[in-house]
Design a binder for this molecule. Structure first.
Ligand code: ATP
Length: 217
C-alpha cells in the first residue's frame, strides 16, 4: 500500500501558522506521505471570503512552497461550481484509484459541522477523516449532533496504522500543538492596522501588504 495522502481543504482567508502546523504535524502523527492543500474556491458553508480565490490560492502557494511534501491543488479555485468537499474527493479518488488511502484533514471545529456538508456520509466512502484538536473545540461525541456522534463512534479508531491498510472509512483524532490562531483574528488585526506578525508567515504578510488586502474600506 502506498503511504496515505493528506487532503487539506479550507478557506485560508488568510493561511496562518495554525494551518501550517496542522499539515506538518499530521504527517508524523498519521504516517502521511504528503499533504495536498486545496483552497476552497466558492465555499458554500460560510459568508464570502474577504479576498478573491486567486489571492487565497497565491498565499497558500507562497506559504507551502519550501516544503517538498506539500502540494497545492487549484481545482476548487479554478472551478465555478460551489466547493463541495465530496466533489473534490470524488475527483481525487478517480485520480488516485481505488486503493490509495486518502485522509481528509479537518480541525475539530470543522468536524463538528460535518453533518451539514453536502453528501457528508459519502465522504467516508472516499476518504478517512482525521480531526486535529483545536483550542476551544472538544473532540467528543457529547458535543456533536447525534447523527455525527453515531458516525464518529462507529468509525473511530486509535490505531493510525489502519489509515494505511484501508483506502477510506476511519475517523482518527490527533493532538497537534495547540495554537489559538484564526483567520478571523488576523483579519480583525489587519483591518484595525494592528500587527499580525508571527501569526502567519512573513511571505504571506508581504503578499497582503503588496496587494492591500484586509484593510478597512
Ligand atoms: P476563519 O477564522 O475565517 O473561520 P480558520 O482560521 O478557521 O478561518 P479555515 O481556512 O476556515 O481557517 O480552516 C481550514 C481548516 O483548518 C479547518 O479544518 C480548521 O478547523 C483548521 N484550522 C484552522 N485554524 C486552526 C488552528 N489554529 N488549529 C487547528 N486547526 C485549525
Amino acid at each position: 500500500m502506498p503511504d496515505p495522502v493528506g487532503i487539506f481543504g479550507g478557506t485560508f482567508d488568510p493561511v496562518h501558522f495554525g494551518h501550517l502546523r496542522l499539515a506538518e504535524e499530521s504527517m508524523a502523527h498519521l504516517g502521511l506521505g504528503g499533504v495536498r492543500w486545496i483552497p476552497a474556491g466558492n465555499p458554500p458553508h460560510r459568508g464570502q471570503p474577504q479576498v478573491t480565490a486567486e489571492q487565497r490560492l497565491a498565499m497558500v502557494q507562497r506559504s507551502t512552497a519550501s516544503n517538498p511534501r506539500f502540494s497545492v491543488d487549484p481545482g476548487e479555485v479554478l472551478s465555478a461550481a460551489p466547493s463541495y468537499t465530496v466533489d473534490t474527493l470524488r475527483r481525487l479518488r478517480a485520480e488516485y484509484g481505488p486503493a490509495q488511502p486518502l485522509v481528509l484533514l479537518v480541525g475539530a471545529d470543522a468536524f463538528a459541522g460535518l453533518s451539514t456538508w453536502h453528501c457528508w456520509q459519502e465522504i467516508f466512502t472516499l476518504a478517512h477523516v482525521a480531526i486535529s484538536h483545536r483550542p476551544g473545540f472538544p473532540v467528543e461525541p457529547a458535543s456533536l449532533p447525534a447523527i455525527l456522534a453515531a458516525a464518529f463512534s462507529s468509525r473511530r479508531t486509535d490505531d493510525v496504522g489502519e489509515l494505511g491498510r484501508k483506502p477510506a472509512g476511519c475517523i482518527v483524532s490527533f493532538a497537534m500543538t495547540q495554537l489559538a490562531i484564526s483567520a478571523t483574528q488576523i483579519r480583525k488585526l489587519l483591518a484595525n492596522d494592528l500587527s499580525a506578525r508571527y501569526l502567519l508567515p512573513d511571505e504571506v504578510l508581504d503578499y497582503i501588504r503588496t496587494h492591500f488586502l484586509y484593510r478597512n474600506p
